[in-house]
Ligand binder design. Sequence first.
Ligand code: SF4
Length: 101
Amino acid sequence: MKEKLILGSKKEVVKEEDPWMKGNKEWKIRVGYRLAEDEERSCKACKYRIRIKYHGKSFNKCEKLGLSHSEATDIRLKCICNLYEKGESRVYDADYGYWIK
Ligand code: SF4
């Protein structure tokens, strides 16, 4: 967050977007991340998808986008991008720290 001084004393608070969040949004735009028309041809069926199991929940990430704890790198199974390649996704158990498949 940044404060901008206006007319000597009045301040306007300008909220800046987190650069990490912004970078991921830009990546998604660059690769044409969008809703898929067909479930068979979507992130769900892409070889770059990684399902991370953590504390009883599952998070879907993309190997091409990069992994982080942030929801900014979450992907939706019903979406697709131009980097799509058909294949089996991998599953990582973050509670125990090993690859299930
Ligand atoms: S490469 Fe594209 S289609 Fe494949 S998982 Fe990542 S975002 Fe989804």
